[in-house]
Design a protein around this ligand. Structure first.
Ligand SMILES: [Zn+2]
Length: 184
């Protein structure tokens, strides 16, 4: 099995930071242990039998099994049985294609959210409280006599230009990346 590409490892890291917090909710400390297991599989670079993981890492075998299962459910690793000349070898490997598609989907979702945010920032006639940054439409501001209902400050007209500029930059960065890998 070829070494993982830089892009794949980057994708893997992104996906893992999500999965880590999910694992920690399942059982505190599992996130870190999952990272160890995953790095071990990456270093081995191929199909890694479960017993080897157990021998090399100082973790309980039932823990390893559970973590491997969760990683597999998330589509990060897969189990494969390979028939070789002398004996059949089976084990876990990094599911490269799957990771890239999880990563691409995540970026596409982020892109959608940024575009929705951009629409919101583009709304004309918005007001805001300079103290606690609450936002109001013109009608809401009018109803409150242009005074913040929370803290009593005078509302100011909101200018979304800076936020839009920032969002545009982020949006084009992600779009360019997705185009460069043929995903958009
Ligand atoms: Zn306020």
């Amino acid at each position: 099995m070829p070494k993982l590409k830089k892009e794949t490892i980057e994708a893997l890291n992104q996906v893992m930071s999500l999965v880590e917090s999910m694992l920690d909710m399942y059982q505190p400390g599992y996130g870190k242990k999952a990272r160890l297991i995953l790095n071990f599989i990456i270093d081995q670079g191929g199909i890694v039998p479960e017993e080897i993981i157990g021998k090399k890492l100082d973790l309980k075998s039932n823990e390893i099994r559970k973590i491997l299962q969760i990683l597999a459910e998330q589509g990060i690793i897969s189990f494969r049985r390979v028939a070789s000349r002398d004996k059949s070898r089976q084990g876990w490997y990094i599911d490269t294609e799957n990771i890239e598609s999880i990563f691409i989907n995540r970026l596409k979702k982020a892109l959608e959210k940024l575009k929705i945010r951009r629409e919101y920032e583009m709304q004309p006639g918005m007001y805001y409280c300079p103290v606690d940054h609450l936002r109001f439409t013109f009608e809401e501001a009018l109803e409150n006599d242009f005074i913040c209902p929370r803290c009593g400050s005078i509302l100011e007209e909101y200018d979304g230009a800076l936020a839009v500029k920032f969002l545009d930059k982020k949006i084009s960065e992600i779009e360019e990346f997705l185009k460069s890998i043929g995903a958009l």
